[in-house]
Design a protein. Structure first.
Ligand SMILES: [Zn+2]
Length: 426
């Protein structure tokens, strides 16, 4: 009954859309820079649109474009490459039955479905403002040789459906609503609906066997990935602000161990980091009060990233701890709280302004015997660094050849000695 109703609707829609036809007309004008709503979620540069992350009524990346006919230029070029490859490799005649849809059109479409089948419409049609089609990045694809099968599950058994399922990723498209993933995507299996996310991401997602965009971007954690937010508060070590940037993942702060080692250098919780590749273990050695080497400033990052979540053994002075790890860009991030006890510091959270407070107990003990730091100076690190002339790097421990090596590098790149190198070409 339900299936029959859907089938009738699908066929009806197919007829409506077939009149609009495909993407073979003149090239689309470059999209105006449409403003995404503030709550839109972009992870690893990929826009996620679903019921949890709508894009609202005002987002219109192809203003004035006719409904169903176009994709954003990059997606359209990728589709045309795919169309050509499908023709050469499998004799397919792929076409886009429905691409970009305006909010108003989706509203009309959704209301039409609801009028016919009530709540059941929500299993196959997005409410306006929640459809990927509004982004110009989604395409309902068919084969001109059998246009009537386009919006039906039977499309999966056609040459076109099978070729697309196996090859769309090569062109940057993913099957957006796979079979068996209805609880994650919120929609019925749609072997015809493909979403453009770019070749690299689509290829990696396919290779990793991650079934949905939600799981790939980490809003669904079923595939062992999680959403990582760069929107962290400040970090203070013993009341002084430090340039430590990491990620907030499921309400926990994760940092790179080398970055943490750098900001804890000189404190009672100072430590060194090594990696034991043979055993796939991270080796930490506590080195209280040891100075660190000057490091790089934290680099800018996208606000949201997708992290692969797993665990790794971290050895602290020989003792093994199995700790949660987040992997982003092949770099390991470890939960700050998990490191506190092994490394001998405490972590607190200040709500306003949002600040992670790291305290190294040994440094507190040390502070008892010292004068209180002048708050006027500690409050403004930028001024402090201005008034402090570049101090010479402390002499390296003569017994530590590794520590001496970077010194030469520092001298070689002395910025005051900035004569341009003579050109060999002249
Ligand atoms: Zn669709």
């Amino acid at each position: 009954m339900k299936g029959a109703a859907l089938k009738a609707l699908s066929l009806g829609l197919g007829l409506v859309l077939a009149a609009g036809l495909a993407l073979e007309g003149p090239a689309v004008a470059p999209a105006a820079a449409a403003e995404l709503p503030a709550n839109a979620l972009v992870v690893d540069g990929i826009l996620l649109i679903n019921r949890d992350y709508p894009i609202g009524a005002d987002y219109d990346p192809i203003p004035g474009a006719p409904d169903n006919k176009q994709l954003l230029p990059e997606a359209q070029a990728a589709f045309q490459d795919m169309q050509e490859a499908g023709r050469i490799e499998a004799g397919l005649q792929l076409f886009v039955l429905s691409g970009y849809r305006s909010y108003a059109y989706q509203d009309w479409l959704y209301k039409g479905y609801r009028a016919n089948v009530g709540d059941y419409a929500d299993t196959f049609s997005a409410k306006p403002g929640m459809s990927e089609h509004q982004s110009g990045l989604a395409a309902d694809i068919g084969d001109r040789r059998y246009p009537g099968i386009t919006l039906e599950v039977a499309f999966e058994n056609t040459e076109a459906g099978q070729w697309l399922a196996n090859n769309a990723h090569r062109f940057g498209f993913i099957l957006r609503f796979p079979k068996g993933q209805e609880a994650v995507t919120g929609y019925q299996y749609e072997p015809w609906h493909f979403r453009y996310i770019g070749k690299e991401a689509a290829g990696r997602m396919k290779a990793a066997g991650v079934p949905t965009l939600e799981a790939w971007l980490g809003t669904d954690t079923g595939a062992g990935r999680a959403l990582a937010s760069h929107q962290l508060g400040n970090v203070h070590v013993n009341r002084l602000p430090v340039p430590l940037r990491g990620y907030l993942i499921k309400d926990n702060h994760y940092y790179k161990l080398r970055d943490l080692a750098q900001v804890l250098a000189g404190t009672g919780a100072a430590f060194s980091v090594d990696y034991d590749a043979a055993h796939n273990e991270i080796i930490l050695k506590r080195t209280p009060y040891a100075k660190g080497k000057a490091g790089e400033a934290p680099s800018a990052s996208l606000p949201y990233r997708s992290a692969l979540m797993n665990t790794i053994t971290v050895r602290v002075d020989g003792e093994a701890y199995r700790l949660d790890r987040a992997v982003i860009d092949d770099l390991s991030y470890i939960k700050l709280r998990d490191l506190a006890k092994p490394l001998g510091f405490t972590v607190d959270w200040q709500v306003e302004p949002p600040t992670v407070l790291i305290t190294t107990p040994a440094a507190e003990d040390e502070a008892k015997g010292q004068e209180k730091p002048d708050p006027a100076q500690t409050a403004s690190p930028a001024e402090g660094s201005e008034t402090t002339p570049a101090t010479p790097t402390p002499a390296a421990d003569p017994g530590d050849p590794a520590a001496a090596a970077p010194e030469e590098g520092v001298q070689a790149s002395n910025p005051t000695d900035s004569h341009p190198a003579p050109s060999r070409v002249g």
